[in-house]
Design a binder for this molecule. Sequence first.
Ligand SMILES: CC(C)(COP(=O)(O)OP(=O)(O)OC[C@H]1O[C@@H](n2cnc3c(N)ncnc32)[C@H](O)[C@@H]1OP(=O)(O)O)[C@@H](O)C(=O)NCCC(=O)NCCS
Length: 303
Amino acid sequence: MTKELPAHAVIRPLNVNDLAQVLALEQEAFDEGKRATEEKLKYRLKTCPELCFGVFITSYESVVELRRQEKRQLRQAAKLKKQRQLQNSLNGELPTDNDDDEDDDDYNNGNYDDTDDEESTANSSTSDLNSRNGSSYAAMSAFGRGSGFANRMKNIPLPPGKSTIRSERLVGHFIATKTLSFRVTDSAMQVPELDSYGRKLPTSFNEPLGHAEAGRTICLHSLAITQEYRGKNIASILLKECLERFATQSMADRVALLSKDDLVPFYARLGFVDNGLSESKFGNVSWRDLSCSLTNYNDEEDM
Ligand SMILES: CC(C)(COP(=O)(O)OP(=O)(O)OC[C@H]1O[C@@H](n2cnc3c(N)ncnc32)[C@H](O)[C@@H]1OP(=O)(O)O)[C@@H](O)C(=O)NCCC(=O)NCCS
């Protein structure tokens, strides 16, 4: 079994902007009544995104196309400069130190005619390209104004000025909160009453509902992989990655979860111990309390 994620798969923290994909995966992976509601998922992603991670299959913009756009911009900039120099000489003006800066301004403002550029496309306006790709010429004007630096940097291509990620498809998630308890309790699974700013209101319960920032136990509420990607070791890699991050950052002392009987061996392989039957009756089924210590977790892994 592979120890690596599939090509173009990345693990990154989740946030509330990922809610739609997280909800869809939760609904695919768990039966109704045994899965988190939209309200719970939203609460968790908003309250403690640092405890929630997703495996995404990413697709990227074509680097070839980005380079082509950049070259196009450089050609247009050179053309503009020549036109200006020609105009200046026709007017009998000598070139000044400010010529490059003016060119930069014109270029950034899109004040040039590119209609005879055979490669120009309808959806590639100059300002659009500048903001999306941070071309060499546009970028250098921001740094080199009036210094001659712009001139020297003119032919050095810069990397794209924005992320080249085109889309991210969520194929696995790890959703957690923290609790003051040592295990996953029904209280930890709840959404507390919140005020209009999303702050937790005090409750009359002994144990706080939902996420407890001061807790030293991370409750794993949901580990799910989309059907198509199961059996490829993704859940194991995701879980291990989360345990390592939490341990390295000293975020808690342990990770606890509720497991069905058949998954106990799977979690045991990743360092979880079986603490017996849980008191939780979530989904009207019986669960086992599992936990994995984060103290010395990385040391044990190194051995
Ligand atoms: C459980 C789950 C997260 C595993 O994801 P995965 O990426 O396929 O897991 P991995 O490839 O890392 O490991 C696969 C191992 O998981 C175990 N496993 C997965 N599903 C299992 C099941 N229903 N019963 C018993 N073992 C199971 C097996 O040991 C399997 O090893 P094998 O392929 O050698 O048989 C995934 O099947 C899933 O999303 N299931 C539905 C949601 C769920 O039950 N989550 C767990 C909450 S307690």
